[in-house]
Design a binder for this molecule. Structure first.
Ligand code: ADP
Ligand code: MG
Ligand code: MG
Ligand code: MG
Ligand code: MG
Length: 443
């Protein structure tokens, strides 16, 4: 929506908004909020809202703590749930320096920068259709999550097996009120696990939507006495939660990945973009799977990818090319999960693909066989490498990959690398229940 300041004033009036929630996303993909009373509306619309950036972890140094929040009026919305003291409107903001320049440490600003590279390469939009999955757990009396699932359903099950159905239905209705076009919502493979898909849109809009999506899911679940988590692998032994990313580049004439005369009806651009994704897949993993827990999902046997390969016919490899053609021609990367910062993840995907286009990178041959049935020798013969197995390995891959480093820019890269290495080191110091069970009595 192209809202003017007057449109906003009218909406606020009509919808009885009493609070303004200013949102931006930090390095870790967490939505940060600053809440203002409605009396601050004019200040907000005039880009006069300041905040202390040094209080946000990994954001800015103390000496440059004064930051401004410039609202992106096109993201304005009123949260459909009513609060005790009137409604809350939300707007996504750009973090700016005191002189009005974009602050490079804001992941959303960075994505806007990378989208310029795409425009220079002659494309009009990078379309993303995400498939975020999540679990619904029961809450205890204090409102804390337990590890008890709320149902014992599985893929595409329906009530009464799927007790999360009411909750999921309300999530869908709420999303629709907020302008989402929900294409599908279904129970996933694991008990208590769900997926809601919404229609693809341009990169920036989709990244914003992923952030709002997580807020809606958590809020509505709580109202049903459930705790929603996007943690990739909350329970061992059952499928984890991923966030497949469907992507395509459009130019003036439509979908640049479609060519009805090409092999598999795909264009040269599609193959080169694919080549770039595969070449940079290891470094992308650091950003798409940025937590220690992410790597507990990327293991054989649960539908998550482990090897670097692509296919148009089978579902197991890292990149799948779904069957639809024409406008729906797309590549699907299946490694990422919802702990990824969507702005950074999408920036990395785009730079990888553009590198493929610029350098005409050819993808390896299609793998139509089930890779999990190959032994390691066969995989070597077929040029099939593995994704990084730990967060540390992924960060080491990132450190070697200039294209993906450029996708983040110096500022974000430094903050991300430092924070994630600390996270890994802190994990390494832990001694787990598994280790005690395995070794205490044995040795
Ligand atoms: P799957 O078959 O992997 O489960 P889904 O049907 O759950 O896939 O999700 C497909 C996603 O792809 C949706 O978000 C849809 O809007 C999106 N999509 C469709 N066409 C395109 C396109 N051209 N570019 C990017 N995403 C697209
Ligand atoms: Mg799906
Ligand atoms: Mg589907
Ligand atoms: Mg799924
Ligand atoms: Mg999928």
């Amino acid at each position: 929506h192209d809202y003017t300041k007057d449109d906003i004033r009218n909406m606020v009036e009509q919808e009885n908004v009493n609070f303004l929630r200013l949102m931006f996303t930090d390095l870790f993909g967490t939505v940060k909020n600053v809440e203002l009373p409605i009396s601050q509306l004019d200040e907000l619309l005039d880009n006069k809202i300041m905040f202390d950036g040094s209080s946000i972890e990994g954001f800015v140094r103390i000496e440059e703590s004064d930051m401004y929040l410039f609202p992106d009026l096109s993201t304005w919305m009123t949260f459909p749930w009513s609060a005790e003291h009137g409604k809350i409107a939300g707007v996504i903001c750009s973090v700016r320096k005191p002189n009005g320049e974009y602050f490079e440490g804001d992941p959303r600003n960075n994505l806007i920068r990378v989208l310029d590279d795409m425009k220079k390469a002659g494309f009009t939009s990078f379309n993303i259709g995400p498939e975020p999955e999540f679990f619904l757990f029961k809450m205890d009396a204090d409102g804390n999550p337990t590890t008890k699932l709320n149902d014992s359903g599985s893929y595409f099950d329906r009530a009464p097996m799927d007790q999360g159905e009411d909750c999921r239905r309300e999530i869908v209705l709420t999303l629709e009120k907020m302008g989402f076009e929900v294409e599908a919502a279904h129970h996933e493979v694991a008990p208590g696990q769900h997926e809601v898909d919404f229609k693809y849109a341009d990169a920036l809009e989709t990244a914003d939507k992923i952030q709002n999506f997580k807020i809606v899911v958590k809020t509505i679940a709580k109202r049903h006495g459930l705790y929603a988590t996007f943690m990739p692998k909350p329970l061992s032994g059952i499928n984890g939660s991923g966030m497949h990313m469907n992507m395509s580049l459009f130019h003036d004439k439509g979908n640049a990945f479609f060519d009805k005369n090409g092999a598999l009806e795909l264009s040269e651009d599609a193959y080169h973009f694919l080549g770039g994704l595969l070449k940079h897949a290891k470094a992308i993993t650091a950003i798409g799977d940025p937590t220690v827990n992410s790597y507990k999902r990327l293991v054989p046997g649960y539908e998550a990818p482990v090897y670097i390969a692509w296919s148009a016919s089978n579902r197991s490899p890292l990149v799948r090319i779904p069957a639809s053609r024409g406008l729906g021609t797309r590549l699907e990367l299946r490694s990422g999960d919802p702990t990824a910062n969507p702005y950074m993840f999408i920036a990395a995907l785009l730079e990888a693909g553009l590198d493929g286009l610029k350098n005409k990178i050819k993808p390896m041959e299609e793998t139509s066989r089930n890779i999990y049935k190959m032994d390691s020798e066969e995989r070597v013969d077929n040029d099939i490498e593995s994704l990084p197995e730990t967060l540390k390995d992924a960060l080491d891959e990132l450190a070697k990959d200039d294209v993906i480093k450029n996708a983040l820019g110096e500022r974000l890269l430094k903050g991300f690398n430092t924070a994630k290495r600390l996270e890994y080191d802190s994990y390494k110091l832990q001694v787990s229940e598994w280790e005690r069970k395995q070794y205490m009595e044995h040795y």
